[in-house]
Write a new protein. Structure first.
Length: 335
């Protein structure tokens, strides 16, 4: 079982025109972190437009995909007892995720309002809401100690409360010999928490994901091989992604493993990192070796960028389940 800790954000997708973006004073194709007042302004503006809701958040995207592909998963986080919280909870049931999400009333459920213009550009407005108040009291030790893998991302370093919760979970995991997997998540997050992340990786992490840009920041070096070498000295398994150039995996003094990329024509790279993590954790859960887990990760990442959005449709899930079950992903270049 994989126990994930993340920020449950309800994605609100709305089709708009360029005039709407201008009226809202938004730059097309950018991501904005917004406060509650700004969120209410945008929600009021789109009140009469058709909206599609889906579960979002980086770690949740990974956990939902894993569950849809047949891996037993738990998602821990915090939402509110409001309309968006109810939608989120209901939608988690479909892929079969075990919800360990806690409820609070202090702030609204976190959300990402995604405005899609006619040229398919996405303008994102993210409000973290009550996610930021996830605390160590919200960790379910009984569920966690029955898991094989603990997974979380650097986005949980947004507040002291979230950070304390993750550290508690890591300590429980280490006590019960649970594999601890950490995705550093985002260059800006790494920039803010560089020292803390390096300390965490060296002392408590078994498997770490980073991309080339994040590795550069961690080690003040632009050479990707230096980044993977340095990371591999600190943890059991280091993984550095390099976009269209593939990825690298290194375990301590073992030889460097190069994972080729599936060459596809990308439509939207949103969720590529989340699905890479899902593929690797899928392989880990199935007891695949590191190379095959990396190939599976690269395969799922290549499939999500063929579409708009960070989650697969039910139809695509069914197609991919067949490929994963027959292990055709080992030889699959395009879909």
């Amino acid at each position: 079982m994989v126990y994930g800790i993340g920020n449950p954000l309800i994605d609100i997708l709305v089709n708009v025109n360029d005039g709407d973006l201008s009226n809202l004073n938004l730059s097309k194709g950018t991501m904005h972190l917004i406060d509650e007042k700004r969120r209410e302004e945008i929600l009021l503006y789109i009140e009469d437009k058709k909206k599609v809701y889906s579960c979002g958040g980086s770690c949740p995207n990974t956990i939902i995909a894993l569950s849809a592909f047949g891996i037993k998963t738990v998602l821990s986080g915090k939402i509110s007892r409001d309309k968006f919280g109810e939608i989120y909870t209901a939608q988690l049931k479909d892929p079969g995720v075990i919800s360990d999400i806690k409820f609070g009333d202090e702030y609204p459920t976190g959300s990402s309002i995604i405005l899609i213009s006619p040229d398919t550009e996405r303008t994102m407005n993210t409000y973290l809401g009550i996610c930021r108040f996830f605390s160590k009291e919200d960790i379910n030790e009984n569920l966690l100690k029955d898991s094989e893998i603990l997974y979380f991302t650097g986005y949980m370093w947004d507040t002291e409360s979230q950070k304390e919760a993750v550290i508690k979970a890591v300590d429980i995991a280490k006590k019960h010999n649970i594999t601890v997997v950490f995705d550093v998540a985002d260059p800006f997050v790494v920039q803010r928490n560089k020292k803390a992340f390096l300390d965490l990786i060296e002392k408590k992490i078994d498997i770490v994901f980073a991309n080339n840009e994040e590795a550069k920041i961690l080690f003040d070096n632009s050479d990707i091989r230096t980044g993977i070498d340095e990371l591999s000295k600190m943890t059991d398994t280091a993984i550095v992604k390099n976009g269209a150039s593939g990825s690298f995996i290194k375990q301590k003094d073992e030889n460097l493993i190069e994972i080729p990329v599936n060459k596809v024509s990308a439509i939207d790279t949103t969720g590529a990192g989340d699905m890479y993590a899902a593929g690797f954790l899928f392989g880990l859960s199935k007891k695949y070796n590191v190379f095959d887990s990396g190939i599976c990760a690269s395969f799922l990442a290549s499939q999500i960028i063929l579409q708009k959005g960070a989650q697969f449709s039910k139809e695509k899930i069914n197609t991919l389940k067949v490929i994963l079950s027959t292990e055709k992903w080992k030889y699959h270049e395009n879909s």
